[in-house]
Design a protein around this ligand. Sequence first.
Ligand SMILES: [Zn+2]
Length: 439
Amino acid sequence: MAGVTLGDETASLLQRLIRLNTVSPPGNETEAARLLQAYLAQSGVEARLVAKDEGRANLVARLPGAGGPSLLLVGHTDTVRAEPEDWTRDPWSGDLVGGEVWGRGALDMKGHVAAAAVAFASLAREGFRPAGDIVLALTADEEVGDDLGLSWLAREHGELVRSDFALNEGGGDRCVFGGRTFYLCGLAEKTIAPLRLRVTGRAGHASMPALSDNALVKAGPLIEAIARLEPPRTLLPEVERFLLEILGEVPPVEVALERARALHPLAALIVEPVLAATLSPTMIEASRQLNVVPGSCEVVVDCRLLPGQAPADLEPLLRAALGKGDWDLEWLDRLRVGGSGSPLDTELWHALQSWVDLVEPGARLVPTVCSGFTDSHYLRMSLDTVAYGFFPLRAMDPELAAQLVHGADERIAVADLADGVDVFRHVSQVLGESALTPA
Ligand SMILES: [Zn+2]
């Protein structure tokens, strides 16, 4: 591959990955897994496809090390859907325009997948012998989560993906606050804890409202009460560290958000969702017929708890806000997921900071808590892996990137792909290095 940089190699692999439509459902990730398997084979890597559902295979490969700390490079090959009419280009074109590769999944997260595959393949063909095993897992079914991807793999085939450390999505943005540069590293996630509010009334003919008791109308003020609820704020250790790094001190929780906002609006956007639990009413169901007053109304609320919080911690506050009335609430236990975290200041943390030191001396790695959910949760819970979210974006503005993920005109700069390969190679090379050096 003389003359072709690793960035170009990644861009070309990403173009091919984007052109395979892996929108989930139905996913069809096996096509992506086969493409990646063939790509890795060119560098002498024997990758294995492991599937619970034939059409939705996961790929795993291993570069054996010398018994030191193992590292898993992980990413998902499925994407969310795209509405072509909202896009400037075909979402599955994989066009390379002005140094950017366009298409659904460029940022979330086929770009990351391509960079991990290229880092792994390039190390393999160079004959690199890592301190600990380097494992590559490019998995299906992250966006919907039907237990065909990493959740299943970690639970049923733990031996294939077990590792001391893992790098996944959910961080890496480069932010400049107060003239200083920071790289976000995702350490923990909130818990998704949905709940259902059921309001009861009495059904009747819509032409004579006085004779019935409209549950939909009664739900109105209750929905407003939920939306107005302000659960108590608290500073998680990760948030304290973030504030310490960007502000030089940890402010009291009451003024933390204002202090972050005064420094930079983006700093406030990072801090706000992880100061407290949040409650967003998102779905409602009442009468199915125009002329029937609903006798019951169900509202589903997307509630996100802080790591370490349980529904019981929030429930008294919620009940008090709703007051007395004809309602009951139910936590949807089978939909509850997330809430895991990994420690700060580990060997992986230092390896990432050492990469930041190389590319941008003086810049600091700072921890973030993700308000969403990633597959890192399954690695932490099933296999006790220290899993971080880190894929650096230096060429693209983090606020633009946030709009493009799951949005229209998703694209990624080739320069950012090159950085991704670089950081994965760097971490693979330095992790466990000290263990290899004779004392
Ligand atoms: Zn993703």
